[in-house]
Design a binder for this molecule. Sequence first.
Ligand code: ADP
Length: 388
Amino acid sequence: MGRIDIDGLTKEYRTPNGPIQAVESLDLQLEDGEFVVFVGPSGCGKSTTLRCIAGLETVTSGAIRFDGTAVTDEKPKDRDIAMVFQNYALYPHMTARENIAFGLKMSTDLSAAEIDDQVETAAEMMDIVDLLDDKPGDLSGGQQQRVALGRAVVRDPELFLMDEPLSNLDAKLRTQMRTELQQLQTELGVTTVYVTHDQTEAMTMGDRIVILNDGRLQQVGTPLECYHRPANQFVAGFIGSPPMNFLDVDADLEDGRLDHPDFTLPLSDSLADELDSTDLVLGIRPEHVSLTDTPETHPEPNRLIETDVTVTEPMGDITNVYLDVGGEAITVIVDGHVGVDPGGHLHMHVPASKMHLFDAESGRSIKHSDEPIDSSSLSEADSHVETA
Ligand code: ADP
């Protein structure tokens, strides 16, 4: 097993205040061995979807199939899955060894020696051999999560379901565990669904990411697809940090312009032909804007917008520069060596090729940046580096 098909999954909770549609008509296919991250703001239906896949919730309608076989009505124990939760869910009175062995004792007829062997192997994999005789109360958060992962790994399941497993760890440990989890998943090759509200985790960990909002699917794609080809304004604003900048504009189709109260930008004929509406949102990523204090010599003066610098945030390698365009805040990332002073008056350049446009009413993407979405190999990247 390893392939998961979700067809028209809908989950409605009945509450005293009326029904809550937690997931609405979700269609999704997960391939064997994939690491798929469900991401979206709190309450968007990520955990509910995961719990439906696990069998911990009954679905209101729709079907879930594991390798073509419907499991929609099967109990969790019959689904060959292992779950890892944010709160570790370890038994406090058992040692790490007993916690890891518990599932095997309950669900297999392995001998005590065989169970011991498998627990040792899982513990080695998670680097917790020395902790096997400690109880959860004696372990740090990171160590407890390793035990919880060991307990999932030892089951040798067909599917891992992970619900915010790193949220209780401090930032440094989270980054470390992120890499370890990816390595573990690649090593084991087990299909994994990972739930997080953190777009950085989604971008860095997922083979593909599934973006949800308000119970509805927004986009499924590789991290780079979602970043550079967002299906709509929600995805564009959710994926990326600092987030994409948005400015409301009107398209003047006759004169081929995008109008904002404080600037105009040229609009190409081909793009104008694609528009159904003139109410648009211009989107531009912070790293795609450049700044200049000599607009008179700029090669594209008609793509410059006047701005005031409000705040700068030096990060070392880069500096986040916060600008004001007619009362609206815009974030730009510049090289850390570039000196930009708060209070300064600069022009920002918005390249046509990097600009995104969205329909203001539906949020649908009309144009995206031309950034490539296939990762190039290091040697290809090298060939772009100019040598002296
Ligand atoms: P997420 O994991 O994305 O934060 P959830 O799947 O937990 O979101 O919740 C989706 C929606 O369903 C939210 O509005 C939440 O309040 C509601 N919900 C979740 N579980 C229950 C429940 N057991 N009873 C009633 N409403 C619930």
